[in-house]
Design a protein around this ligand. Structure first.
Ligand code: GLN
Length: 305
């Protein structure tokens, strides 16, 4: 039996004793204001136990981790049709890269890079009455006992300097792979990225990809087994952009990062772990989060490989 609490505490202390390297994401003005020394981790197991350390109950901007939630809702609504408009290959490029889109005719390599997430946002706008509202409802139904909300401040802050994302969305539109007005798609995309959650809420929310018995507050299964398996496969291969291979190699779990410094990783049938520390490495992934998870899976011998 693994003593998760003592593994969390020992690993946390070890990492806190080392230099806090990297830089906070300063390209979004609101994110640049964050205290860089905050650091929290939460583990939730299929048995229902929950363990936390540090700032695990502090809200932070989950940024790109939200892409998995939007993808889950879309996958449920549209099924395999979504793969006609977005691929499932790792991009090997930065999250906001424009280069491959030209040769790939506006079909993003995968749904976890910005370009792919925008196409998913476009699908949700086309197939819901109010995409922003429905995504929020979906998340609140799988994260009971919490109130998850967008941060208007962060959404507006990103929008005010979102030149690259604006270019990306318009570029995809020029290939015909965005149906709606790019401004509408970008507004939804920036709001999706602005969602705020704690490590505790994140690890609870993503249990639907871990535990086959998980049910939403409506008593429903969130995704069937095959779809959950496929989402985990995409996180494994594409969840960390051009550092996805490195994360797989060092940590050995499917996961997803965000430029707010959060990382969500999970072991199907065992547990979900969320780590948060705002300073990012050169690839845009949390430096301490990466180090923590590497030590965590090696100490608990719980990589999936
Ligand atoms: N909102 C961020 C962006 O579009 C999301 C990127 C990320 O978290 N990797 O740049």
């Amino acid at each position: 039996m693994i003593n998760y609490q003592s593994v969390l505490q020992d690993t946390y202390q070890k990492i806190c004793s080392e230099e806090n390297t990297g830089e906070v994401a300063s390209y979004i003005p609101e994110l640049a204001k964050i205290n860089p020394d905050q650091f929290g981790v939460c583990v939730k197991t299929v048995g229902g136990e929950e363990y936390g350390v540090g700032d695990w109950k502090a809200k932070f901007s989950i940024q790109s981790i939200s892409k998995v939630l939007a993808l889950s809702l879309t996958y449920n609504l549209l099924g395999d049709k979504i793969w006609d408009r977005v691929g499932v290959e790792p991009s090997g490029n930065a999250f906001n890269s424009l280069t491959q889109l030209e040769t790939d005719n506006g079909i993003p390599r995968n749904p976890l890079i910005n370009a792919g997430a925008m196409v998913i946002c476009d699908m949700l706008i086309s197939h819901t009455d109010d995409a922003k509202k429905e995504l929020l409802e979906f998340i609140n139904q799988i994260c009971p006992d919490s109130k998850i909300e967008y941060s208007e401040k962060i959404a507006q802050s990103e929008k005010s300097v979102g030149y690259r994302n604006i270019a990306l969305c318009n570029f995809i539109k020029s290939f015909g792979n965005i149906e709606n007005d790019p401004q509408l798609v970008l507004d939804f995309y920036f709001h999706m990225c602005s969602l705020e959650m704690t490590c505790q809420e994140l690890s609870n929310t993503f249990m639907f990809l871990v535990d086959d018995n998980f049910r939403s507050t409506k008593g429903e299964k969130v995704l069937d087994m095959q779809k959950a398996m496929r989402l985990n496969a995409i996180m494994q291969t594409c969840g960390f952009y051009d550092e996805s291979g490195e994360f797989s190699f060092r940590v050995g779990l499917p996961g997803k990062s965000g430029v707010g410094g959060g990382i969500l990783a999970l072991h199907p049938d065992k547990y979900c772990v969320a780590a948060w520390s705002p300073k990012l490495n050169a690839k845009g992934n949390s430096s301490r989060g990466m180090k923590f998870l590497e030590l965590f899976t090696s100490k608990t011998k719980s990589a999936i490989f």
